[in-house]
Design a protein around this ligand. Structure first.
Ligand code: ADP
Length: 626
């Protein structure tokens, strides 16, 4: 760069030198022309004066020499320039002559030193008689040096050495000064009005080329040095700047990596809530890219649509500085629709001048924490339920123990009563039937009590081959009163081709009893015809030998109203004022202990439908009688 600049200066100086030199030459020529013109003017003036003398002489008579010598113009001319005046007649014979006695003293051209004299010239003008005819001529001889003496050439002295040269090259007159030697190129031109005389101008101060000017050279050298030093400094400066930029970029990259690898989501917002910055963790948290989030103002796209108003209010509170320093919990919506629980800590965002320009939020995903909390809560609830169940189990065990004895007594007394009544003649058979019924119910109650005792004593369940239709009919026989009480119509659709199933009879009876009782409770609120349908069906499993028996109990009550089997089976879940909420849970547990499943669904014509399946027993087993 510096080299280019210096080269440009050199070219400029060269061009400038050439221009100055041309201008100088022009000035020289103009000055020489000016001197020539001045001398020519002097000559013309002398010639005019001579003509004046000639006109005076032509009208005079007498002694021509005296006339010529006394004529004032002649005297003045001799004093001024002429050193001899000759009057010739028309035949070139001398009529008169006048001569100067003393040499001329220089006045204007003190600095023009005359070196030699003798170089002479003359002026000639014709004489005219009274008739206007040529009557000879008047010649004025003068020395060129005298002509120069009357010339003002001082103005040239300062710039040039002025020389007038004779034909032979002798210096006629000069301004040469040994103290001021000339330097420049000479310029010569002939003086046309003077015979064989040449004007020579030599400049005293020649044009100094930039190459000969030590100041210019020093300036250029200085510039080069300065440029080199500047370029060295610039290079060092650039190296430092590049290093600083590298450091800054590295630092920015590290900071970005640190922010992106942070488990905490970060977001910076201005005072109006416009997002200025988000880190990768926050982007991952809500499923939007940094590009999509930066620049957004509330409401933000990850706010749940149903909570926008509340979020807006909280946002205004936060921007007003009302966010608690301990953070607050809120819920956002991921782009994929999933709700996420987050904990937000807001702190003031300051600029480099220490001015508060917005808010910096640290966001922690507390979904996992919430899930664990929920699991703990559920676990605690389950434990509490288990504890209650345990207590109830103990109570049931106690009750079963206590009830066993009176029930056995009822059965014994009913048997004795039956035998005694049979001896009574003409007794109403309904009395005996009633005693039988008491005995049957007491035995059933005894069976249930024993089943409860077995359940609570954790003894192995008793599984025997049974005809499921027989169990279902047996239960319906015991429940028929309740069905009639609610005015429901019982529709029985039992599959006569049912295979034998291995089952815990009392357990399956409990399942059917509970489902029928729930159905009767459900239809109690139905207006119009109330129907309870109980059906059994044998299903062949595809590609397997095994068959499945399905028992379906449906009603036309209010239905499940969207509640799942899990909800219905939740321990202590009940919508009845006198319900315990244990029945369906126990049913499902009994069915599953038989390898089957309990399903709850809406019935086709409205109402609820409960189905459970049991696996069939291997062929060859004959069913136990109930
Ligand atoms: P409980 O009968 O003591 O309420 P259950 O576990 O047997 O306990 O039943 C739980 C709940 O399931 C009932 O309170 C009732 O709301 C609902 N439910 C059970 N069966 C039916 C049905 N057939 N139709 C409508 N709701 C039912």
């Amino acid at each position: 760069m510096t080299l280019v600049f210096v080269a440009w200066i050199v070219v400029w100086a060269e061009v400038n030198d050439a221009q100055v030199s041309a201008a100088y030459q022009q000035t020289l020529i103009a000055d020489a022309s000016s001197v020539a013109a001045q001398l020519a003017g002097r000559q013309d003036m002398e010639k005019a004066r001579l003509r004046e003398v000639a006109s005076r002489l032509s009208i005079r008579t007498g002694d021509a020499n005296a006339v010529l010598a006394t004529l004032p113009e002649v005297v003045a001319g001799l004093d001024r320039l002429w050193n001899r005046l000759v009057w010739l007649d028309e035949n070139h014979r001398l009529v008169a002559r006048a001569e100067r006695k003393a040499p001329i003293v220089a006045n204007a051209t003190e600095e023009l030193r005359i070196q030699t004299s003798g170089q002479a010239d003359h002026l000639a003008v014709p004489m005219v008689d009274t008739n206007g005819k040529q009557a000879g001529q008047l010649l004025a001889r003068y020395e060129i040096t005298d002509l120069l003496k009357g010339t003002d050439l001082v103005w040239l002295n300062h710039r040039y050495e002025v020389n007038f040269l004779s034909e032979l090259g002798e210096v006629i007159a000069t301004t040469s000064d040994p103290a001021r030697p000339p330097h420049g190129q000479r310029y010569e031109r002939p003086l046309p009005g003077f015979k064989d005389t040449t004007l020579q101008l030599t400049p005293i101060d020649s044009i100094v080329s930039w190459k000969q000017n030590p100041r210019t050279l020093a300036l250029l050298a200085g510039l080069l040095l300065l440029g080199a030093a500047a370029s060295q400094l610039t290079r060092r400066e650039m190296r430092q700047v590049r290093r600083a930029m590298d450091d800054t970029q590295n630092e920015a990259a590290w900071r970005q990596s640190m922010e992106d690898s942070a488990l905490v989501g970060l977001r910076a917002r201005d005072a109006e809530g416009r997002i200025l910055y988000v880190n990768k963790t926050l982007c991952d948290m809500v499923g939007y890219s940094r590009h999509e989030l930066v620049g957004l103002k509330p409401p933000l796209p990850f706010w749940p649509p149903d909570a926008v108003d509340a979020m807006m209010a909280r946002n205004l509170d936060t921007l007003a500085g009302g966010a608690p320093s301990t953070g607050f919990e809120t819920r956002w919506k991921h782009r994929n629709g999933e709700l996420i629980d987050v904990m937000i800590f807001e702190s003031r965002l300051m600029n480099s001048n220490g001015n508060h320009i917005g808010w910096m939020g640290s966001i922690i995903d507390i979904n996992e924490r919430k899930r664990l909390e929920e699991r703990d809560r559920h676990h605690t609830e389950t434990m509490a339920q288990h504890a209650r169940l345990n207590d109830m189990g103990l109570l049931a065990s106690e009750l079963a123990h206590e009830l066993n004895q009176p029930l056995t007594t009822i059965v014994s007394y009913s048997a004795g009563l039956n035998m005694a009544l049979k001896k009574v003649p003409s007794l109403d058979p309904e009395v005996i039937a009633a005693v039988d019924e008491v005995s049957r119910h007491a035995r059933k109650a005894g069976d249930i009590v024993n089943w409860i005792r077995r359940q609570t004593s954790r003894s192995e369940p008793v599984r025997k081959p049974y005809d499921l239709n027989a169990i279902v009919s047996d239960v319906l026989g015991l429940r028929i009163r309740q069905i009639r009480r609610v005015g429901a119509k019982l529709v029985l659709e039992l599959d006569s081709r049912l295979p034998v199933v291995m089952a815990d009879r009392i357990g399956i009876e409990q399942v059917v009893t509970n489902l029928v009782r729930n159905a009767a409770d459900a239809v109690a609120s139905t207006k119009g015809e109330r129907v309870i349908r109980v059906a059994t069906e044998c299903q062949q499993l595809d590609g397997r030998d095994q068959q499945t028996i399905e028992v379906c109990i449906s009603d036309n009550g209010p239905g499940l109203q969207g509640r799942s089997i899990d909800t219905l089976c939740t321990t202590f879940y009940s919508t009845k004022s006198d319900g315990m909420g244990l029945g369906l849970g126990i049913c499902r547990s009994i069915v599953e202990s038989h390898g089957g499943t309990l399903v709850a669904e809406e019935a086709a014509g409205g109402g609820a439908q409960f189905r459970f399946t049991l696996r069939t027993t291997p062929t060859g087993n004959s069913p136990e009688t109930t």
